[in-house]
Design a binder for this molecule. Structure first.
Ligand code: ATP
Ligand code: MG
Length: 259
């Protein structure tokens, strides 16, 4: 085969690939129409770009629509379930609250461009998840962060997200221990504090607790990290106490965490 023939073949293959992608996007049209209503064109382009890079194969549906982000169920190229968290680039309230978790964390620097701050936020959540994961903390495995989009492992089955801790019917002491062990590992081994931990940011999949929502997590070096850690602990103790469990004093738990 001559070079020209090879080039022709490659071009043909590429065209086929693009065509396949286009068909897939057509199939997801309804979903993309809703995506297009909510997100600006740059976000939609970023999503297409993740599809073209073979990170996302197809978008399946909305898991949760919040004020600051939306989480979608998607499929990866090997048929695995993915969670795609897209941060809205228009919430000013979000901007104000974000900055206190970015300033003070030596890993990140931001300017004034709001879009860039949101990109940094997605990167920050990705990095926090990666560091937590490497330290053996149970979190969704992060896959990539691109602009304002974070792709990660889907926690749940067939597009149905696992319940949040707050919605569980049956709680046991073992779950409480899993959560405290995760917080300790996060602090001691990953050097991070979640900073927004509560029964709303823990998913429980078949008895296993996963800490989620790491955008605001800060490194130990953040001047407020100890206060954030205290608040996380207070929330978890309050939740289990309210559910009828005997829990230790907050100070005792903090002492144990320091060890
Ligand atoms: N990896 C995941 N797999 C499956 N579902 C997920 C995953 N991550 C998040 N979710 C679902 O999406 C919801 C929102 O995610 P998350 O807590 O990360 O975002 P948030 O910024 O707190 O959003 P909100 O503004 O709605 O509180 C979670 O409560 C959970 O139900
Ligand atoms: Mg949350």
């Amino acid at each position: 085969m001559s070079i020209k023939d090879i080039e022709k073949k490659i071009k043909k293959e590429m065209l086929k690939k693009v065509e396949r992608k286009r068909l897939k996007i057509e199939k997801d049209k309804d979903l993309f129409e809703t995506v297009e209503e909510v997100f600006d064109s740059r976000t939609v382009m970023a999503l297409y770009s993740l599809i073209n890079k073979d990170i996302i194969d197809s978008m399946r549906g909305v898991v949760k629509a919040g004020k600051e982000s939306r989480v979608y169920w998607a499929k990866g190229k090997n048929g695995e379930d993915l969670a795609v968290k897209i941060f809205l680039t228009s919430s000013m309230e979000f901007k104000k609250s974000m900055l206190q978790y970015i300033h003070g964390d030596p890993r990140f620097k931001v300017g004034k461009d709001y879009r860039k701050i949101v990109y940094t936020w997605a990167q920050k959540e990705y990095r926090n998840l990666s560091e937590a994961k490497s330290a053996g903390v149970p979190v969704p495995t992060p896959i990539c962060a691109y602009q304002n989009i974070l792709v990660m492992e889907f926690i749940g089955i067939d597009g149905v997200p696992a319940p949040l801790l707050k919605d569980l019917r049956h709680l046991d002491k073992e779950l409480y221990q899993q959560i405290l062990t995760a917080i300790k590992k996060l602090y001691s081994d990953a050097g991070l504090v979640h900073a927004d931990l509560s029964e709303y940011n823990i998913m429980v999949n078949e008895g296993k607790a996963y800490l989620i929502d790491f955008g605001q997590a800060v490194s130990k070096d953040h001047p407020m990290s100890w206060e954030f850690l205290r608040r996380d602990i207070v929330n978890i103790l309050r939740f289990f106490k309210k559910s009828g469990f005997n829990v230790p004093e907050e100070e005792a738990v903090l002492e144990w965490l320091k060890k």
